[in-house]
Design a protein around this ligand. Structure first.
Ligand SMILES: [Fe+2]
Length: 607
C-alpha cells in the first residue's frame, strides 16, 4: 500500500511517501525549485517521491494533506471578526490566496497527480496540523510508548499540544489555542531583532549566548502570562499578528526601548539581551509543558515536533534537566515533516496497521530520504560539461578526503541521498577542520559570504560523543546543543566586543565551539552513513580527532543543494577548494573558467 503525504501553502512545502508503512522517500520542494522555503504545491517533490517509490497508475492508494484547510480558514475568518475593523488590511491580503489556492486543495492534488500519470481517483485525508506533527514525532521514534509535545506557530487553532503515543496510535490530550503561541512569541522577537520570521529563528537562538536575560521580567509582566502547567496567554496589546501587518506593534517597541532593529543594520547589546531573554522564557515554557505531559502520561520518554522543536538549545536542556529518560525529535520538525506525519496518520489510524518499535532505533533512515545520483550519472554530467576530475578508489576515498581536511582545505561533500529536514547531515555538506582556529572565518567569508556570530556545527563519530561533549548519547540529527567537554575549554576574556568574541579560541575544537562553550552536535554511525563515518574515522586516524566541521552545502539565502549541478555551481561561486561528487574529486584550480551571469552575492553582513 502506497500513501503520499503532502504539506503545502504555508512555508516549506514537502512530500513524503510510505510503502506498507515504511518511509521510502521525502523531500522539500525548495530543493527542486531553488526557492528557499518554497510554499507552493510541491509538485516536484511529489513527482520525485512517486518515482523513487516506483508508484505508477493504479498504485497510489491514499493521499494525506498535513492540515485541515477549511478549519484553518474559519480560524482566520473568526479571528478577523473578533478584531474588525482592525486587521482589514492583512485580512484583504490573505483572502485572495485562500480563494485562489488554499480552499481548492483536493482539486489541486487531483490535477497534480494527473500530471504524474495518476489518473484514477485516490482518497485524500486531512488530519489536523498538530496530529500530523504528533504523528511525525512518535511513529518514527524508537519508543513503544511515549509522551508527545508539539510546538509551533499555529495550525488550525492549536499552537502546541500535549499528547501520548502508544503502539500504533497517537492521542492529543491537551492543546493551547491561537493566538497564544510559543512559536509566534519567538517569531515576534525574531522580527523585532531584525531577522526574517520563519527562517531567522535560528539566528536569534545563536545570538542568545552573547546577551544577558535582562528583559525576562518585562516579558512575564507584560507579554506572557505563564501558568505552572506551561500553558500561557499572550497579551495581544503588544503584538501585531492579528490586527496589523507586522509581528509586533508600537507598544512592544516602547517596552523594549525603541523601534525594531532594521535587518542588515548593526546588532547591538539590546538585541543580544532580547535574544537571551526570549530564549530563557522559551526554555521555561518547554520545561513546564514537559513536566505536565510527563505527569499526565507517566511516560518515560518524550517525542517532539513542530518548528519550536528545532530549538536545539531548549532540547538540550530538556534532555539534561527534564523529567524524561530520553527524548526523540523528528528531524524534519517543521511543517515539511507534517507531510510524513500525515501519511503515517493514514497508515496507523485510518488503516489501523501495526507499528514496530525496538526501543533503540528510529525509522527515519538517518533522514537520508531525498534524491541520490549514481556514479555513472555524475560522470556523464562532468564529461558533458568538460569539468576536470579524478576518480577516487573506494579504499582511498575516506583517507584522501581526510587528508584534504587536515591540510585546511574547504570541501564540498556531495554523496548519497539528500537529507529531509532543515539540516545537512553529511551528504549535502561543506566540511572542514574543526581544530583550525581560522576555519570559522574562512568558511564564513569565502564560502557562505557572511560574517556570522554563529559557529559551525560539528559532525563527530558516535563513539566519540562523550569524549568531546558533555553528552552521553547519540545526537544523529543535530538537534541537541551540548557543552563542549570542560577539559577541552580554555579561559577567555569576556569583556570584549561581539566581533572579537567571535574569534576567540575557546577550546581545542574552536571552529565549532560557541561563545557559551556549547556546540550543536551531530553524531555519525556507520550503519546510517558509512561513507561519511569513514571520512571522520580516517580524520581521527590522522589527527586523533574524530570530529569535523559540517555546514550545509549552500550559500547565504539559497536552499541546500540537491543535484550535482547545484553542487558544482555552488563550488564555483565560492572559494571552496575541493568538491567531492560521489567517487569523483574536483580541484578548483583545475576547473575551466566560470562566468556568473549576474551578481548574486549579497553584502557581507553579520547574520
Ligand atoms: Fe506546524
Amino acid at each position: 500500500m502506497n500513501i503520499l503525504g503532502i504539506s503545502a501553502f504555508y512555508h516549506d512545502s514537502a512530500a513524503a511517501i510510505l510503502r506498507d508503512g515504511e518511509v521510502i522517500a521525502a523531500a522539500q520542494e525548495e530543493r527542486f525549485t531553488r526557492i528557499k522555503q518554497d510554499h507552493n504545491f510541491p509538485i516536484n517533490a511529489v513527482r520525485y517521491c512517486l518515482a523513487e517509490a516506483d508508484v505508477g497508475p493504479g498504485q497510489l492508494h491514499a493521499v494525506a494533506f498535513y492540515d485541515k484547510p477549511i478549519m484553518k480558514f474559519s480560524r482566520i475568518l473568526e479571528t478577523y471578526l473578533s478584531v474588525a475593523p482592525k486587521g482589514l488590511q492583512s485580512f484583504m491580503m490573505a483572502i485572495p490566496l485562500w480563494m485562489r489556492e488554499k480552499l481548492w486543495i483536493p482539486m489541486e492534488i487531483e490535477q497534480s497527480l494527473e500530471t504524474c500519470g495518476i489518473h484514477e481517483r485516490v482518497p485524500v485525508y486531512f488530519p489536523e496540523h498538530h496530529q500530523s506533527h504528533a504523528a511525525s514525532a512518535f511513529f518514527p521514534s524508537p519508543f513503544k510508548s511515549a509522551a508527545i509535545l508539539t510546538l509551533d506557530g499555529v495550525g488550525e487553532w492549536a499552537t502546541s499540544t500535549l499528547g501520548r503515543g502508544v503502539g500504533n496510535k497517537v492521542e492529543i490530550l491537551k492543546d493551547l489555542h491561537f493566538p497564544h503561541s510559543l512559536g509566534l512569541l519567538y517569531s515576534a522577537f525574531t522580527y523585532f531583532t531584525g531577522f526574517k520570521v520563519n527562517s531567522g529563528e535560528y539566528k536569534l537562538m545563536g545570538l542568545a549566548p552573547y546577551g544577558e536575560p535582562k528583559y525576562t521580567k518585562e516579558i512575564y509582566e507584560h507579554l506572557v502570562d505563564l501558568k505552572e502547567d506551561g500553558s500561557f496567554r499572550l497579551n495581544q496589546d503588544y503584538f501585531g499578528y492579528i490586527d496589523g501587518l507586522t509581528m509586533t506593534n508600537d507598544r512592544f517597541a516602547e517596552l523594549f526601548g525603541g523601534p525594531a532593529r532594521k535587518s542588515e543594520s548593526e546588532i547591538t547589546q539590546r538585541e543580544m539581551d532580547l535574544a537571551s531573554s526570549v530564549q530563557v522564557v522559551t526554555e521555561e515554557i518547554v520545561m513546564r509543558m514537559a513536566r505536565t505531559v510527563h505527569k499526565e502520561t507517566g511516560e518515560k520518554y518524550c517525542c517532539l515536533a513542530g518548528g519550536v522543536a528545532l530549538n536545539c538549545v531548549a532540547n538540550g536542556r530538556l534532555l539534561r534537566e527534564g523529567p524524561f529518560e530520553d527524548i526523540w525529535i523528528q528531524p524534519a520538525a517543521g511543517d515539511a515533516g507534517g507531510a510524513l506525519g500525515a501519511a503515517l496518520m493514514v497508515w496507523h489510524h485510518v488503516e489501523d496497521k501495526p507499528r514496530e518499535a525496538d526501543g533503540k532505533n528510529d525509522s527515519m533512515k538517518g533522514a537520508y530520504l531525498g534524491p541520490s545520483f549514481e556514479a555513472d550519472e555524475i560522470k556523464a554530467f562532468l564529461d558533458a560539461r568538460g569539468y576536470a576530475y579524478t576518480c577516487m578508489k573506494d579504499e582511498e576515498r575516506a583517507d584522501t578526503i581526510a587528508r584534504l581536511i587536515e591540510e585546511e582545505n574547504v570541501i564540498g561533500h556531495f554523496n548519497g541521498r539528500m537529507e529531509f529536514g532543515p539540516r545537512a547531515l553529511g551528504n549535502r555538506s561543506i566540511i572542514g577542520d574543526a581544530r583550525s582556529p581560522k576555519m570559522q572565518s574562512i568558511m564564513n567569508l569565502k564560502i557562505k559570504y557572511r560574517e556570522s556570530f554563529r559557529p559551525f556545527a560539528p559532525s563527530c563519530l558516535e563513539e566519540a560523543v562523550s569524549d568531546l561533549f558533555e553528552l552521553d548519547r547519540p545526537s544523529p540529527y543535530m538537534l541537541l546543543v551540548a557543552p563542549v567537554k570542560k577539559e577541552r575549554c580554555s579561559n577567555v576574556d569576556e569583556d570584549v566586543s561581539i566581533r572579537d568574541r567571535i574569534h576567540q579560541i575557546r577550546s581545542d575544537i574552536p571552529a565549532i565551539t560557541h561563545v557559551d562553550f556549547s556546540a550543536r552536535v551531530q553524531s555519525v554511525n556507520p550503519d546510517t552513513n558509512k561513507a561519511y563515518y569513514d571520512i571522520i574515522k580516517a580524520f581521527e586516524k590522522r589527527t586523533g580527532y574524530g570530529i569535523i566541521i559540517n555546514t550545509s552545502f549552500n550559500v547565504r539565502g539559497e536552499p541546500i543543494i540537491c543535484t550535482p549541478e547545484d553542487a558544482y555551481r555552488c563550488f564555483m561561486r565560492t572559494e571552496m577548494d575541493y568538491l567531492v561528487l560521489g567517487p569523483y574529486l574536483l580541484y578548483k584550480k583545475d576547473q575551466p573558467n566560470w562566468e556568473e551571469k549576474s551578481d548574486w552575492r549579497e553584502e557581507f553582513v553579520l547574520d
